[in-house]
Design a protein around this ligand. Structure first.
Ligand SMILES: Nc1ncnc2c1ncn2[C@@H]1O[C@H](COP(=O)(O)OP(=O)(O)OP(=O)(O)O)[C@@H](O)[C@H]1O
Ligand SMILES: [Mg+2]
Length: 235
């Protein structure tokens, strides 16, 4: 069976201009992500990891280069089209869980579904949220507020929210940065299980142990991919 290419970056650059200072955060990055991949991106602080993830997640645009996701050439899209593509095809998990404290766990996870262009029935929303809660083993906390949960539990809710639209790819930036090692390990275990069940993941991490859990390990150095090798099998 031929693998389906989900994402293709060709010669992506990103320049930031601040007070006459020019930073070349990305300098000609090429990256192809296939269905079912689990990619980790490591590299020193400031090498461009989050910038790359932000571009992959359609939260920012590259200065030059081509980005194709799910058959769409991103640079040809309007701002609104990009926002729709982001909401429906990208799941984002950040170091700081970014949950809304005023909303219940259920409503946090339901949020991306309520912003869909094609509205879903409340029955459909309910069944999707429940299924994602089951995936992250948090069904028993649906009516809690995020600040009534542990850090590890909050991150699992953030993962459920990222999965609720059945995204083409889950983008994860330092998911364990705010967690102790026990909770961090549990979150990483969960990401591996999700990948085994078919979710495509691209994750940034400083931790070599966690980077090793991915099937493809990439290294960024000064905005360029330094090295690439594939382990072939998930551990
Ligand atoms: N909005 C911005 N404006 C100006 N410069 C920026 C901006 N965002 C990032 N940069 C610069 O781009 C470079 C790459 O930043 P990035 O956040 O991608 O690094 P990183 O690899 O994620 O680092 P860390 O491991 O510390 O999170 C840095 O030199 C940073 O100062
Ligand atoms: Mg970063």
């Amino acid at each position: 069976m031929t693998k389906l290419s989900k994402i293709k970056l060709t010669n992506i650059t990103k320049k930031f201009l601040t007070n006459e200072m020019e930073t070349h955060a990305l300098q000609g990055v090429n990256l192809e992500i296939f269905d079912g991949d689990y990619i980790s991106i490591s590299g020193p602080s400031g090498c461009g990891k989050s910038t790359l993830l932000t571009i992959l997640g359609l939260l920012d645009t590259p200065t030059s280069g081509e980005y194709i996701i799910a058959g769409n050439n991103v640079s040809a899209l309007t701002v609104n089209e990009r926002a729709t593509l982001r909401n429906e095809h990208i799941g984002f998990v950040f170091q700081s869980f970014n949950l809304i404290d005023e909303l219940s766990v259920f409503d946090n996870i339901a949020l991306p579904l309520r912003y869909r262009q094609q509205p879903l029935s409340s029955k459909e929303i309910q069944s999707r949220v429940i299924s994602c809660l089951e995936k992250v083993q948090m069904s028993h906390r649906a009516q809690h507020k995020p600040n009534q949960l542990s850090g590890g539990q909050q991150q699992r809710i953030a993962i459920a929210r990222a999965l609720v639209n059945d995204p083409a790819i889950l983008l994860v930036d330092e998911p364990t940065g705010n967690l102790d090692s026990k909770n961090g390990d549990a979150v990483m275990q969960m990401l591996s299980e999700l990948n085994r069940a078919g979710t495509t993941i691209c994750m940034v991490t400083h931790d070599p142990r966690y980077a090793d859990m991915a099937t493809t390990k990439l290294h960024l150095l000064d905005g360029t991919m330094a090295e690439e090798f594939s382990m072939g099998l998930a551990v």
